[in-house]
Design a protein around this ligand. Structure first.
Ligand SMILES: [Zn+2]
Length: 210
């Protein structure tokens, strides 16, 4: 089931091994897998912790970049193939993708890649036991900043995260009270772009098998 290989044996227990951006990312994954429920964002495996799927995690990272959360992350329109579909374009953060991989190599998060009858392959992440030990060491100001982004800035209601994978894929982050949803069009771009020659999916696949 797992494709993790060549993991590090290092087991440092100092949060300073992580940059501030990596701490934000780690706490975000923790928040998503523990406190956000419902929808098609998660893999629920009996007797296991919840896993956050890759595409909604990328969308949340994009949302956080737009909100100015990260010091070093940027994003770029990138053509990806997902769930066996033809390619479509998302605003993907390469720094975020790299840090996800770094956290996995440090055994702070687990990665799973499952074959599903509906959507082809699905990749998802969750926090490891070691990652949970590091979580308590994350500074309060980092946690507060991440936490704050999951609440509506107008009415303080917890935001909804909606993900639809169909003929017209959409990912929305919106407030159930204010009807504010300004992120759905920003992360997923419907028109095809021809200026990126290598679908990102292929690069990930090489890592998985290599
Ligand atoms: Zn609101």
């Amino acid at each position: 089931m797992f494709i993790d290989e060549n993991s590090s044996d290092e087991n440092k227990s100092d949060i300073s091994i992580l940059t501030r951006d990596q701490q934000i990312l780690l706490y975000t994954i923790d928040y998503l897998t523990k406190w956000v429920r419902g929808g098609d964002h998660f893999l629920q495996i009996p007797e296991e912790r919840t896993w956050i799927k890759e595409l909604p995690l990328w969308a949340v990272i994009y949302y956080q970049i737009v909100k100015g959360t990260y010091e070093t992350y940027d994003y770029a329109p990138t053509s990806i193939q997902f769930f066996g579909r033809s390619s479509f374009t998302v605003n993907l953060s390469y720094e975020g993708v790299d840090d996800i991989e770094d956290l996995r190599e440090l055994e702070i998060i687990d990665k799973i890649r499952l074959s599903t009858s509906q959507h082809g392959f699905v990749t998802a992440y969750r926090i490891t036991d070691y990652g949970n030990k590091l979580l308590v060491l994350i500074p309060k100001d980092v946690k507060d900043e991440v936490h704050g982004l999951f609440y509506c800035e107008h009415c303080k209601t917890h935001l909804n995260f909606l993900m639809n994978i169909g003929d017209e894929p959409e990912i929305k982050i919106d407030c159930p009270e204010c009807d504010v949803s300004d992120f759905e069009l920003a992360f997923l771009e419907s028109e095809d772009v021809s200026y990126i020659s290598e679908p990102y999916f292929l690069r990930i696949s090489k890592k998985l098998v290599g």
